[in-house]
Design a protein around this ligand. Structure first.
Ligand SMILES: C[S@@+](CC[C@H](N)C(=O)[O-])C[C@H]1O[C@@H](n2cnc3c(N)ncnc32)[C@H](O)[C@@H]1O
Length: 406
């Protein structure tokens, strides 16, 4: 393959950006880059950005270097890291660096640095500056996947890219790419101009969102709440878990999401593997077979989180309640006609009295693979799944549901 990309500059929001210099097949490795500097962010007295600027200044980078990364006027603003405080500037200059250089390097960092996080847990552990990767713009429907391995940056094509097309990766973690535009926007520090955002209508503020109800729930024209979740009670071995995850591909709405957004597929796999390891730590296959100690795992974690915490059984739900009640968004907070229309008040009452016998018993309409719908309660769904788990195989339960009006 030819040198995969060239750097171009345009006067619009794209500023400096990377463009394919030939046809690129999916899967091609386009860039691997060591950082110009990294920081592990363990000094609580300064921000990771200030620490990174300090490391760059100490390696001899100054104003001339920083000018290559200065944000174009149309890219300024937004909510990137805050400007440098006087105290932080004083500390940066303590080693003899002049103020102009310190401010310029800090500015380059605040608009171009990458956070470093652990792949599975998503724990932030520092930041890094990559000189070439800094030129990559963001898209919510990216044609490239970037990853940080150790402190290094790697970029892969996830689609065929035509010569002359811009290379985009996502500044957002894959799990957030399945969210609608408004929800994604909250995680970016600039108004996104990518083709997906430009094409997606801005959703009108949902009455449910105003009530603090999760964004992944949408009200149908009839005013019902619609949600979707995938839940896995898996066996103890990674291959069982991954096989069950592959089974998820029979879920038509999810498949279409994954086809359109290949990065979302990664996010489905990572929790699967994490859950598998967790299962092993908890005693492997025996844990799954144990009526009292079954464990609950969400697959598409954003959807599951949005749907509330999902349990494989009333036993698990009760067991978790002492801890869950501390961070539960009380459904009781959703009051008035919207709540009544959504038919969620009974869920609130049954969850909130905390007694031994509380069970979530929301009627749902289950939408089967063939599109036919029948009605069952969540409790009946859990029972179905428990029966599957008792059969000894890794099982999952995918339910697309409407909460029916009462
Ligand atoms: C790491 S820089 C990317 C390179 C940048 N084009 C340049 O000229 O330096 C990140 C900045 O580019 C802009 N940017 C990147 N992707 C964008 C997008 N999809 N929509 C709007 N602005 C974007 C934002 O201003 C963001 O803070």
């Amino acid at each position: 393959m030819c040198a995969a990309y060239t750097c171009r500059t345009s006067p619009d929001w794209r500023g400096s950006h990377l463009v394919a210099s030939c046809h690129i097949p999916p899967g091609a490795v386009l860039l691997t880059e060591a950082p110009a500097a990294t920081t592990c962010g363990d000094d609580e007295s300064e921000s990771v950005e200030a620490a990174l600027a300090k490391a760059l200044l100490e390696s001899g980078r100054g104003s001339d270097w920083a000018a290559r990364f200065a944000a174009a006027p149309q890219q300024r603003g937004g909510e990137a890291a805050p400007p440098l405080s006087d105290e932080a500037l004083r500390r940066l200059c303590a080693s003899g660096v002049d103020e102009v250089a310190a401010l310029a390097v800090y500015d380059a960092v605040r608009h171009n640095a990458f956070g470093l996080e652990t792949p599975l847990l998503g724990v932030e552990h520092g930041a890094a500056f990559y000189e070439t990767a800094a030129k990559l713009n963001h898209s919510c429907d990216p044609n490239c996947l970037s990853t940080r391995l150790g402190g290094n940056f790697a970029l892969f094509a996830v689609a065929a890219i035509e010569e002359g097309s811009e290379l985009f990766h996502s500044y957002l973690p894959p799990r957030l790419l399945v969210l609608p535009r408004r929800a994604r926007r909250a995680h970016l520090h600039f108004p996104c101009r990518c083709s997906r955002c430009e094409a997606e209508p801005e959703e009108p503020p949902s009455p449910l969102a105003q009530l603090g109800w999760p964004a992944a729930h949408a009200a149908t024209a009839e005013g019902h709440l619609v949600g979707r979740f995938s839940l896995l009670c898996a066996g103890g071995a990674p291959r069982e878990v991954v096989a069950a995850g592959a089974g998820l591909l029979s879920n038509a709405p999810l498949v279409s999401t994954l086809r359109q957004r290949p990065l979302a597929a990664l996010q489905v796999c990572l929790p699967l593997l994490a859950s598998s390891w967790q299962a092993r730590a908890m005693g492997g296959a025996d844990a799954a077979a144990d009526d009292e100690g079954g464990w609950c795992v969400s697959l598409a974690s954003d959807l599951a989180a949005a749907a509330g915490v999902l349990y494989c059984s009333a036993v698990c739900q009760r067991a978790d309640w002492p801890s869950h009640r501390n961070h539960c968004t009380p459904v009781a907070a959703v009051s008035g006609s919207d709540a009544a229309a959504a038919g969620i008040s009974r869920l609130s009452e049954s969850e909130d009295d905390g007694g031994e016998d509380d069970e979530v018993d929301v009627p749902i309409r289950r939408v089967g693979a063939g599109g036919g719908a029948d009605t069952e309660t969540l409790e009946q769904s859990w029972e179905r799944m428990q029966a599957s788990v008792a059969s000894g195989r890794a099982q999952r339960l995918d339910v697309q549901y409407e909460v029916l009006q009462r």
